[in-house]
Write a protein that binds this ligand. Structure first.
Ligand SMILES: [Zn+2]
Length: 220
C-alpha cells in the first residue's frame, strides 16, 4: 500500500502566490510562494485529519492557518497580519458594490428625479434603508479575508436577485408595495435584480480563482 501523499503542483502554487502578493500578504514573490506552499500543506493536512472542505475553509477564514515565525524580524512582519491588525487592503469589488448601495440608499432620502417615491426608480423608505444596510455590510465585508468578503457579496447579491424577481412577479410595473413593505416599481425591480446579479456573479469570478489554486491530492 502506498503511503499517504500530498502532491504540490507548481503552476497552481505560483497562481496562489501571485494572489497572496496582490492581497499584500507577502512582501516578495519568493515569500508569497513559501506562504502558498505552507498554506496548501496546512489545507491538505486538515483533510488528512478528516476535516471536510467547508471545515477547512472555515478555519482558513478565521486565519488559523497563519503561523508565527521564529526570527524576530519575520515575526514583526507576520504576526500583525496573522492577528488581523495590519491594515488590510479592502476587497475592491465588494467595496465598489458597497459604495453603490450606500449611494442608492442615500439618494432615496434626497429629492431627485432618479430614485425616490415618485422617481424613475421608485424606492420607498424601506428600500432606502435596505440599500443602506446592504451597502454598509458590503463595505465592512470588503475589509475581511477575501473568502469571507466573497461570501457576503454572494449572499447580498442573491438577496437582491430574489427581491428583484419577487418584485417583478408581484408588484405592478407602475408601482406598488413589495410584500406589503417596500414601495417599488418595474424599473426599481430590474435595478435590484441587475445589481444583485452583478454582485453575485462578480464574487463568483473571485471564488473560482481561489478554487483553481487549491489543488486536491485526489490522484495521490
Ligand atoms: Zn480541500
Amino acid at each position: 500500500m502506498l503511503p499517504d501523499t500530498i502532491t504540490l503542483y507548481r503552476l497552481p502554487l505560483l497562481n496562489e502566490a501571485q494572489l497572496l502578493l496582490e492581497e499584500h500578504r507577502a512582501d516578495s514573490f519568493t515569500e508569497a510562494v513559501c506562504l502558498a506552499v505552507r498554506e496548501t500543506i496546512w489545507h491538505e493536512v486538515g483533510h488528512y485529519f478528516g476535516l471536510p472542505e467547508e471545515a477547512v475553509h472555515a478555519r482558513e477564514a478565521i486565519g488559523t492557518n497563519h503561523f508565527e515565525e521564529e526570527s524576530p524580524s519575520s515575526r514583526a512582519r507576520v504576526v500583525p497580519e496573522a492577528r488581523g491588525r495590519a491594515p488590510r487592503q479592502p476587497h475592491p469589488v465588494a467595496l465598489g458594490f458597497g459604495v453603490i448601495f450606500i449611494l442608492l440608499g442615500m439618494a432615496g432620502f434626497t429629492s431627485n428625479p432618479l430614485i425616490g417615491h415618485n422617481a424613475l426608480f421608485a424606492a420607498g423608505t424601506a428600500y432606502d434603508l435596505l440599500h443602506l444596510c446592504a451597502g454598509f455590510a458590503l463595505v465592512l465585508a470588503a475589509y475581511t479575508r477575501p473568502r469571507v468578503s466573497d461570501a457576503w457579496q454572494k449572499l447580498i447579491g442573491a438577496f437582491f436577485i430574489l427581491v428583484g424577481v419577487i418584485g417583478l412577479l408581484t408588484v405592478s410595473a407602475a408601482g406598488g408595495l413589495l410584500m406589503g413593505l417596500a414601495y417599488a416599481n418595474g424599473a426599481s425591480d430590474w435595478l435590484n435584480l441587475i445589481l444583485g446579479a452583478l454582485a453575485f456573479f462578480g464574487s463568483a469570478i473571485e471564488v473560482d480563482r481561489q478554487k483553481n489554486v487549491l489543488t486536491e491530492g485526489e490522484d495521490a
